[in-house]
Design a protein around this ligand. Structure first.
Ligand code: ATP
Ligand code: MG
Length: 387
């Protein structure tokens, strides 16, 4: 039986005049996520997006799994495509609804946007319900709390038969809120931060600082893997790899040890801002969470925040580690994040970092730094595309 996937957009409907362009972006994102699986026709009508496979051999289970990760989709359902001939509907519905074998109660709901269809909604419900009871005599009708609701939607293009919808990923389509640059480490937090901002419609690119030989190729490979795991949600990710060794050596050699971390973080923000500007991004994203470590106290954040002009988005700021870990599991980044490779943040870390750094002291310490190093890091950046 021919099947398709119907998508309901969530917040999209609230966007009034922009709705059409939001829908276009969402459809483009869906096309991109499904393109490896075969040819699909994707179009919208009456606030529903239709995803129609164009050949028999397309794996619709996989398509559904992928669409469940696409932001901007509030709910999703697989449906059988039937002719708008009620005798055909009655003949085919029991065979399609095998899931009724495993439940006790059901009800039928009908939506008839094609008013030329000869039966009215209550008649559709009564007749289709009767046919299903005949095919599955163990069932009971329960209009208040059914185990399964069967829907028949009679629309312009055809009649669609399906059961309850699945929850989609929600949020806004990636790309509808602009572009931002994620500072990605190999840790647990930053991939989660990127995921959360993609959910709000930002297209995410990433910058990662490496310090060879203190950090290994494995550490960089781990970040690539994390990006790959973010792709089903965020879409394709452009990754900038920034060589940070000389900068870190200079900070170690010229600045007080206790300020090493905050100064390093400030240079990271400055370079990330340049990367962001060069790539059309309007903001930065970090995985910082209030007071999680010495560099994330309010005083330390005050010092890093003024290192750049762009808005710095910190979606994890108010979250506990276990809440962050839960999301990391859900998006399958956790196991990769806990692989024990050195990040450049753990290179030269002071034994006693200052938890309440004062900006005057930090700025004074930075006077000893050669600003040309910033340009050197920026010029040494290499780009790759993941996904
Ligand atoms: P994470 O789990 O994301 O590594 P963390 O709790 O280890 O975070 P820090 O090491 O203080 O915290 O880093 C704070 C933020 O700085 C990270 O969330 C990330 O956004 C950024 N960051 C840290 N290291 C790097 C790096 N090597 N390259 C790019 N960004 C980094
Ligand atoms: Mg870290």
């Amino acid at each position: 039986m021919k099947e398709l996937i119907l998508l309901k957009c969530g917040e999209l409907a609230l966007k009034g005049l922009n709705r059409r362009s939001f829908e276009e972006i969402l459809m483009k994102n869906c096309r991109r996520r499904l393109e490896e699986l075969g040819k699909f026709k994707i179009h919208s009508s009456q606030s529903t997006i239709y995803v129609e496979p164009q050949s028999e051999d397309i794996d619709l289970d996989e398509a559904q799994d992928r669409l469940l990760k696409v932001f901007g989709i509030a709910a999703l359902t697989r449906a059988a495509v039937l002719e708008k001939d009620f005798a055909q509907v009655l003949a085919k519905a029991p065979g399609y609804l095998k899931c009724l074998e495993d439940v006790h109660s059901f009800k039928v709901e009908a939506k008839r946007s094609d008013k030329s269809f000869p039966l009215k909604s209550p008649e559709i419900c009564a007749e289709l319900g009767g046919a299903l009871l005949e095919a599955y005599p163990h069932l009971q009708v329960d209009v208040h709390h059914p185990d399964v609701t069967v829907y028949l939607e009679v629309r312009e293009q055809g009649a669609y038969l399906h059961t309850d919808q699945l929850h989609g990923a929600g949020g806004l389509p990636v790309g509808t809120s602009g572009d931002a640059c994620l500072l990605i480490s190999g840790g647990i937090d930053s991939p989660v931060a990127g995921y959360m901002m993609a959910k709000r419609g930002l297209r995410v690119m990433a910058v990662h600082f490496v310090s060879p030989p203190y950090t290994s190729e494995h550490a960089l490979e781990k970040v690539r893997t994390l990006c790959r795991k973010m792709v089903p949600y965020c879409g394709r990710i452009r990754l900038a790899v920034a060589p940070f060794t000389n900068m870190q050596v200079a900070i170690r050699d010229h600045c007080p040890e206790e300020l090493f971390t905050v100064i390093m973080r400030r240079y990271m923000m400055k370079i990330a801002e340049r990367v962001a500007l060069a790539n059309g991004c309007g903001g930065l994203i970090t995985g910082e969470s209030m007071a999680q470590v010495a560099s994330q106290t309010l005083q330390a954040i005050a010092c890093t925040d003024v290192a750049c002009q762009m808005p710095v988005l910190r979606p994890l700021i108010g979250m506990d580690k276990d809440e962050i870990v839960k999301i990391a599991y859900q998006i399958d980044t956790f196991e990769t994040s806990i692989l024990p490779y050195e990040d450049c943040c753990t290179v030269f870390t002071p034994k006693h970092p200052k938890t309440k750094p004062r900006l005057e002291m930090v700025l004074k310490a930075e006077e000893k730094m050669d600003e040309a190093l910033l340009e050197e890091v920026f010029q040494g950046i290499t780009y790759e595309t993941i996904g």
